[in-house]
Design a protein around this ligand. Structure first.
Ligand code: DIR
Ligand code: MN
Ligand code: MN
Ligand code: MN
Length: 287
C-alpha cells in the first residue's frame, strides 16, 4: 500500500505517512455470544481512533487503509471526537449495520455502524474492550451507496431509522451522477459539514476488485466507483477516508491482486483531486 503514498506524492499532494499500527494478537479472545474476537477488535480500534485524532489535530485529511471494515469503528469515532458535526458516506455492497445480536456471521466487519449510531445505543450489549466506544453519529447523518447484500435484520434497521440509501437499484435507475448530486444535497445544508468517506472496495464489482473477503456480483463499475471520489473531492469537504477490505490473500490469481490494488489507488487519487480530463501545473508554459 506504499504505492498510494508514492503516487499521491507524485500527483502533488503533501503526504505524511503516520505509519502502520501494530495490533496485539490475543490468544484467549473468546467470542462474545457469536461475535468473534471482541477484545482484539476493540483494542485495535482504540489505536485507530487515537491515530485518526492525531492526524485531524495536525490539520490533515486522514486516509486509513485497512484491514477489514471493523476499523471504521475507530476511524469514525476518532474523527467525530475532532469533528462532531461530520457526515458519513458509506460506499459498500453491505450495510455493515448488524448488532452483535442480529449478526448472522459474528463478524465485526458486518457490524461497525451499529456501534456508532445514537439510535441503536440501547441495542448494543456490553462487550469486552468496547466500553470506550460511545455512539457519535445520528441516523440522519449517513448515506449509503452501492448496497446489494443486506440482511433482513439490517434492512429493518435501515428502514426503521429512516437512513438514506442508494442501493445498486438506485444507481441503475438514477445513474451515478444523480446519486452523487442527491447525496450531497442530503448531507450539506447551509453549514458545510466535513465528510467521512468509508469506502469498502467490495462496493466495486468483483470483475474490477476481486481480491476482497466478501465479493458480491452486480457492483459499481470502475467508472462509477471513481466518479464517487471525484464528486466528493470537488466538494472540498472530504475530511477522512477509509479504504478497506483490500485483501491480497483472497485473490485467486496474481493479476487479481494488481487489479484490486490499482482500483484502490485510483479511488484514493480521485479523493485527492486527480481528474480524468488531465491537469497541468498553474505556471506551465509551452516550450
Ligand atoms: C453479513 C455480511 N451482512 C454480515 N456482511 C459483510 O456478516 O453481517 N460485510 N460481509 O462486510
Ligand atoms: Mn464493509
Ligand atoms: Mn462490504
Ligand atoms: Mn466486510
Amino acid at each position: 500500500m506504499y504505492e498510494e503514498i508514492i503516487k499521491l506524492s507524485l500527483s502533488g499532494c503533501a503526504v505524511k505517512d503516520y505509519g502502520n499500527l501494530k495490533f496485539e494478537d490475543l490468544p484467549d479472545d473468546e467470542p462474545f455470544g457469536s461475535t468473534k474476537r471482541p477484545r482484539a477488535v476493540g483494542l485495535a480500534n482504540k489505536q485507530v481512533a487515537d491515530a485518526v485524532q492525531r492526524v485531524k489535530n495536525d490539520g490533515h485529511t486522514c486516509v486509513m487503509l485497512g484491514g477489514d471494515h471493523s476499523l471504521a469503528i475507530g476511524s469514525i469515532h476518532g474523527h467525530a471526537a475532532c469533528r462532531p458535526e461530520l457526515k458519513v458516506v458509506w460506499v459498500d455492497a453491505h450495510a455493515d449495520i448488524n448488532t452483535p445480536l442480529t449478526s448472522p456471521t459474528g463478524n465485526i466487519h458486518g457490524q461497525p455502524m451499529s456501534y456508532l449510531i445514537h439510535e441503536l445505543c440501547a441495542k448494543i450489549p456490553h462487550m469486552p474492550s468496547f466500553s470506550w466506544i460511545k455512539p457519535c453519529i445520528a441516523a440522519k447523518d449517513i448515506v449509503y451507496i452501492g448496497l446489494r447484500d443486506v440482511d433482513p435484520e439490517e434492512h429493518y434497521i435501515l428502514k426503521h431509522l429512516g437512513i438514506k440509501t442508494f442501493s445498486m437499484t438506485e444507481v441503475d435507475s438514477l445513474g451515478i451522477a444523480k446519486v452523487m448530486e442527491q447525496t450531497c444535497d442530503y448531507i450539506s445544508s447551509k453549514i458545510k459539514n466535513p465528510i467521512h468517506l468509508s469506502y469498502d472496495i467490495d462496493a466495486l464489482d468483483p470483475s474490477v476488485a476481486p481480491a476482497t473477503g466478501t465479493p458480491v456480483i452486480g457492483g459499481l463499475t470502475y467508472r462509477e466507483g471513481i466518479y464517487i471520489t471525484e464528486y466528493l473531492c470537488q466538494t472540498g469537504l472530504l475530511s477522512a477516508i477509509d479504504l478497506v477490505e483490500v485483501n491480497p490473500k483472497q485473490a485467486k490469481r496474481e493479476e487479481e491482486v494488481h487489479w484490486t490494488a490499482n482500483a484502490a489507488v485510483d479511488l484514493v487519487l480521485g479523493c485527492f483531486g486527480r481528474v480524468r480530463e488531465g491537469s497541468h501545473a498553474a505556471d506551465y508554459k509551452i516550450p
